[in-house]
Structure formats: C-alpha cells, structure tokens
Ligand binder design. Sequence first.
Ligand SMILES: *Cc1c(COP(=O)(O)O)cnc(C)c1O
Length: 370
Amino acid sequence: MREKRESPILVTRSFLPPFEEYAEMLKPIWDSAWLTNMGVYHEEFKERLKEYFGVKNLELFVNGHMALELVIQSMELDGEVITTPFSFSSTTHAIVRNGLTPVFCDINPNNYTLDVDQIEGLITERTCAIVPVHVYGNLCDMERIQEIADKHHLKVIYDAAHTFGETFEGKSVALWGDASMFSFHATKVFNSIEGGAVVFRDDRLEKRLYELKNFGITGYEKVEYVGANGKMNEFQAAMGLCNLPHVESEIEKRKALVMRYRENLEGIRGIRLCKEDPRVRYNYAYMPVVFDGYKRDRDQIFEDLKEHNIMARKYFYPCINSYECYRDRFRAEDTPVAAAVSKQVLTLPLYGELPAEIVDEICGIIKEVH
Ligand SMILES: *Cc1c(COP(=O)(O)O)cnc(C)c1O
C-alpha cells in the first residue's frame, strides 16, 4: 500500500498566468475606475477571440450558462428541443428556463455525443431546435446534425463548453450550427475566472444578445425584453486576455499526459478509452475512462483512488433525466446508453501541471489486484 499523500490530487487545477502578467493589467482598471459594463478589456478580449476562432460574430458573457440561456432566448423559440441527458446540468436548465421542453435523445457508445440515428424519431411538429453537446471535447456528428436540422427547419445550438481550441478538418468547431457556446470557467482548459462566449451565424443576433445580457435595455429609458445580467466584467476579461497566449502550451502539456494515460490503460480488458478522430484537433479537456466489465466497477475505482487522496470525478453522473428536478417528467430508462455510461465513467485528474508520475500512480492503483 502506498503512503497517503498530504494534499489531495484534484480532478483539475485552474490554469493561472504568471502573477505579474495579471497584476500589470489591473493598473489601467484602477486608473479608469471602469470595472464592468463593456469596458476596454471586454472589447479587446472580444476582438481577440473573434480572431482566435476566425469568426465575425461573437458575444461575451459573465459565464457559459448565461451565454447558452441567452442565445436560446435570442432565437425566440417555442416548443420542444432535442438534447442529451449526458451533460452538465447547465445544458437542460438553459432550455427549461427559456420555457422550452427538453426531449432527451440517447447518446452513442463511441464518443458519448448524441446518437444521430435517433434524432429524427424524436422530431414532432413542435420541435424547434437541437442542443447537442460536444462531450469531453469529443465532437458531435455535426454534418449529420446539420442535414437533419436543414430538412426539418430546426435551429442547432451547440453546447461547446468543452471544446475551446478545437478544430474539425483544420477549422474552428465554432463554425458549426447556428450558434456555439463556450465556457471559460476556472475548471475549463481556458478560463477567464468565470466567463463564456457565444459564436453565432445570424448577424441580427448581435444587437439582441447585447441587449439581453444587459437587462433587455434597448435604449435610453427603454426596456423591450425580459433580459438578464450576463455581462462579463473587466477583471474577467483581463484574465482571459492574460491566459489566451498560454492556451496552446496548456493543451500540449495535457496532450502529453493523455498519451501517458493511454499507454498505461490501453488494451486492458474492461477498460474503454475514447477513440480519436483524425479529423479533430483535440484540446484534451478531460480524461474519461469507462469501466465496463472490468474486475472492479467504477464506484470501487473511485473509492480506491480516494483512499490515496486522488479525487477523480463521476462526470457525468447522474444523467440529467434522473435529477430530482426532472425525474417526474422523464425516465432515465428511455436513454439506456446514457444511463449505463453515467454509471461506468470516471474522469481522471488532468491539468497541465499534473506530474507524469502521478498519472502512472493513478493507473497503477486502477490496475492493482486486490
Ligand atoms: C461548464 C459547462 C457549462 C456551463 O458553463 P459555466 O461557464 O460554468 O457557466 C455548460 N455545459 C457544459 C457541458 C459544461 O461543462
């Protein structure tokens, strides 16, 4: 048995820039006393991100959830929205808080995104949109989803919270669908402390999104919409600007660690790792491992790691359609693949500064014979 370590290894650790880089950016905020409401850093961050994604339309938000909720609101949808139960709570909450009805589609067992073969069977005359999630940075079958959406005149809004920095066939994933939401939460590959952005196709949404994140105020003494407060402040934008030049090296470090995990865990009976698609440039946001018929089950592995002060995460568990707040309206049995994977998956610690030896240790604990 190994020694129990002093401080725990957490599933992730927020990326921080060198302290001086951020500190230097604070002085202009003090000088101007402009703390929020679309200040200088906000505007600069927005432009830098547009260049980064190679897009014309992008709006910043206080967090990814408000970005998703407000982009859905901006499209003035009504009716049913097809989405996945295998995601973070935010995805479904954003739909429901807009007065829309989520319809859960099961996931495919290969990369845990929507099973595109089941989407059309769920479309009714009330369906207005599809909200797919690029789970763990695994991309949805975007070509098929767009075909279905075009055929049935549906909007496609991607929850792309996990995909910052990813490309498909050399182009940003943000170019797909009517809109994509990115999260810059502290625990994501790229962070602005909290923060988020929406990349969108329709130019007309620009003004609307701006108004919706600012209480629905449309002019002097004029409020046309029931908006929210979704504004990103200057401290967040400064952190985003500081972190952006570091994101490539963070991704490279994560990639090396994921390769190390793979070397350790590939080819073991009962352990399933995601297959990589050669058309995708990944950001290595998470290290999901599925225990399916392994000598110990997911919950036992979780406990064994915890014993060694290593905190993996049951992500995503439970499925959204079995949450207390939704369980009366939906049945987890209707999405059996999602239900099964949620009970088998564990995301292992992964962040740029994680020592490679810890990866080996984690894999050793997983492989240990009891
Ligand atoms: C993080 C996350 C969100 C919400 O983003 P926040 O910035 O934390 O509000 C939404 N969906 C998924 C899949 C996420 O992982």
